[in-house]
Design a protein around this ligand. Structure first.
Ligand SMILES: *Cc1c(COP(=O)(O)O)cnc(C)c1O
Length: 347
């Protein structure tokens, strides 16, 4: 602490990202990165962009990228916002759409960045308990709120909420914004983007970090009514005019255009997930139903923190959260079949 700090900094509790170890040769199953590389076409486009052009600022509006997203989802570019990772998109949504005095609602077990943004922007919140099967109970969200946000599939559980349940939540809170954080939707869920034309209070966020394997590039997006997008644009243009650099603008656009590679790698991850789940169940693990590129599992006879530590000794890292209700679970990212086998061997 220092006398030079703005007073509110004293009470900030920042997000703690999963470890990015410096050691080589680890089987890294702790931060839900994609085990397959990005689209080779996207890499090629970025290499071409790596030139003397870097002396010039990038397109501040990311028109090409927005067009690629709009084409992919069949929406207008005025319904698309892009940012430096979906974390930045989420931050702008909290800042611009959730500051209404009433508490923001999100599940008690969900993305741990949400309470951090509430702290940063002074937004009151209520954590709404998942049921005892770790599912979102739609009825619990039909009450006064300053906004609602949840990941779908949820993180770190991997559990998917059906679109009709999402519609019920939207109908229950027509006067506040509902953000559906679809970081993992491409691994087995159906996007809510098809609902944005009917629900002006719906904002769907996505990231290129997981299903398009570009975590290192930092690109995320939101789709919603142009009025919601306009709020995000105002904040973005009051904060950083150029959050998406030249490489990211082309790389992300081409990643969206290269559907074949995207579909093939998503399918490979989904197939690996299904075989890993079967193997873990055979070893006595309970595994929550996952529609994501990770699974959430516990073993009735093995302490999760001990398991995580012993796996680490064998060069396999998974994520363990020291949080009430989930302290006996491990979140395991889906790797290649070889990485998954290394995990099973270590177990
Ligand atoms: C990974 C993740 C994000 C952040 O993605 P970035 O685009 O890499 O910032 C957002 N929400 C959830 C639930 C995530 O798991």
């Amino acid at each position: 602490m220092s006398k030079f700090w703005s007073p509110f900094v004293k009470n900030l509790v920042p997000y703690v990202p999963g470890e990015q170890p410096k050691m080589a040769k680890l089987v890294k199953l702790n931060t839900n990165e994609n085990p397959y590389g990005p689209s080779p076409k996207a890499l090629e486009a970025m290499r071409a962009e790596l030139s003397d052009n870097l002396r010039l600022y990038p397109d501040p509006n990311s028109d090409r990228l927005k067009q690629a997203v709009a084409d992919y989802y069949g929406v207008k570019t005025s319904q698309v916002f892009v940012g430096n990772g979906s974390d930045e998109v989420l931050a702008h949504a909290f800042h611009g759409l959730f500051q209404h005095g009433k508490p923001l609602l999100f599940p008690d077990i969900s993305y741990s960045f949400y309470p951090v943004y509430c702290g940063l922007y002074g937004i009151p919140f209520e954590a709404v308990p998942l049921d005892d099967q770790f599912q979102i109970r739609v009825e619990d969200y039909a009450r006064a709120n300053g906004g609602i946000i949840f990941p779908n599939p949820n993180a770190p559980t991997g559990c998917l909420l059906a679109l009709d349940a999402i519609e019920q939540i939207l109908k229950g809170s027509p006067d506040t914004v509902v953000v559906v954080d679809e970081a993992y939707i491409d691994f087995g869920g159906q996007t809510a983007i098809g609902l944005v034309d009917r629900y002006p209070n719906l904002l769907v966020t996505q990231t290129l970090s997981k299903s398009r394997s570009l975590a290192g590039l930092r690109v995320g997006l939101a789709v919603g009514h142009p009025d919601l997008i306009e709020a995000l644009e105002r904040i973005k243009n009051s904060f950083n005019s150029y959050p998406i650099d030249r490489m990211a603008n082309v790389g992300a656009a081409v990643a969206f255009e290269d559907r074949a590679y995207f579909e093939q790698t998503c399918k490979a991850v989904i197939d690996s997930r299904e075989s890993l789940v079967a193997e873990l169940k055979q070893r006595g693990f309970e595994v929550l139903p996952s529609a994501a590129n990770f699974i959430f599992a516990r073993h009735p006879q093995q302490d999760a923190a001990v398991l995580a530590a012993r796996l680490r000794e064998q060069g396999v890292i998974v994520r363990h959260f020291k949080q009430e209700r989930i302290a006996q679970f491990l979140r395991i990212s889906i790797g290649t079949p070889e990485q998954n086998q290394a995990l099973l061997d270590a177990l």
